[in-house]
Design a protein around this ligand. Sequence first.
Ligand code: RVP
Length: 487
Amino acid sequence: SSKLEVPEALTFDDVLLRPKESRVEPDEADLTSNVSKSVEVSVPILSAAMDTVTESDMAIAMARHGGLGVLHRNMTIDQMVEEIDRVKSADELIIPHEAVVTADPEMTVREVDEVMAREGVGGAPVVNTNGEVLGIISSTDIRPHLEVNEDDQVTEAMTDEVVTADEDVEAREAFELMYEHKIERVPVVDDENLLVGLVTMQGILQRREYGEAVRDEEGRLRLGVAVSPFEMDRAEAADEAGADILFIDTAHAHNRNVIDGAKEIESAVEADVVVGNVGTREAAAELVDFADGIKVGIGPGSICTTRVVSGAGMPQITAVSQVADVASEHGVPVIADGGIRYSGDAIKAVAAGADAVMLGSYFAGTEEAPGRVVTMNGKKYKQYRGMGSVGAMKSGDSDRYLKEEPEEDDEYVPEGVEAATPYKGPLKSELHQLAGGMQSGMGYVGAATIPEFKERSEFVRISPAGQAESHAHDVVITDEAPNYSPN
Ligand code: RVP
């Protein structure tokens, strides 16, 4: 019957990139790409919105190293706002007024010394009750050999000719000021000399360390935040707190209610709105009119059992390619989400049409992922679980896989499992391997940029024999490579 004349759908292991003439050295390949219409990243890699993958620590590390973290939504709105604040203030050039440790002019030298020690800072603007900057005191001003009496008022020991900067100060200018005056910190003041914030040398040097960091117009790290299509207050709170992209986070976005909710959110917020997940052309066609990005993946995730439990899904290379066919015509970026085990999978996803990739299991074992390290049989692991697993559904108000909370465990119909993944150390080296492997792929295809690669790359279809040949075979591995483990 015609029902059995079925189309074929492919995934990562079914294809390889066809090598082509090249003048591109891998380390010169430029990975700059777009995650959504207005957010560009240095490396097109996102960490998944899962409660064992992305909280503020992960989001900070991802953005510092050129990618983007997407905060999960298994937390209260208040917690979410706090997490967003942590990311947004992590590398701020100007530490805002509320967060600056200040000294009161009435304080004694001893009191100020104690405050600075307690807060772990080396200096503090001296500010009167109106918020006016009277001077600045640093721990070097009050060392005993300077013959300052501990009971003196701070105003006697402080520097009162303060070097200040105004609100639109930039990093270079602040650096030069500090260099010229041999100082470590510069209060930022408004026209009336009221304290607005503080720039520190330490802060500037830290920012310099992360040359590829993904930042907003104000120089703050960028992040994405997962929201439900049915929770306007969460979406608005995330937007207000400074989320750069809201990810409408569903397991099946080709659903009328989801689309209506997503549209409503899109028109209420300033942030870009990425909608997902989908896996077909028709779904993409519904989203291109309003979405700033489309996320693809129905069942490819390592901890995902959707395809087995529901019988529905779409192998990821075909899913990405179908969605990208439609989205690219409308200039809407596509994110390939789930199923990526190796850097080669990531760059295959880009060849299929993705502008960026999202990974869960790859990052769940890193130091920056939430959760603690456990040891089993002498090996270190971290917990990793699907957001549709019983554990994740129970611990949050997540409605991605669930509308109403059951009372008994066995009433859940999960679409994910709870697992453990080898502990991997800091994110930085994982990201380095992933990005480096993607650049190698670009080298084999002869493409210097992501858009060029999407255009130039071609697939060959491979057999199970070809697949076996691809992996290390007929040997016993003696020294594990940092970017490869069989299975
Ligand atoms: P992976 O990188 O293969 O571990 O996949 C991560 C992705 O899996 C997530 O970004 C999400 O789209 C999907 N996911 C998360 N939870 C579940 C589930 O419980 N089924 N699936």
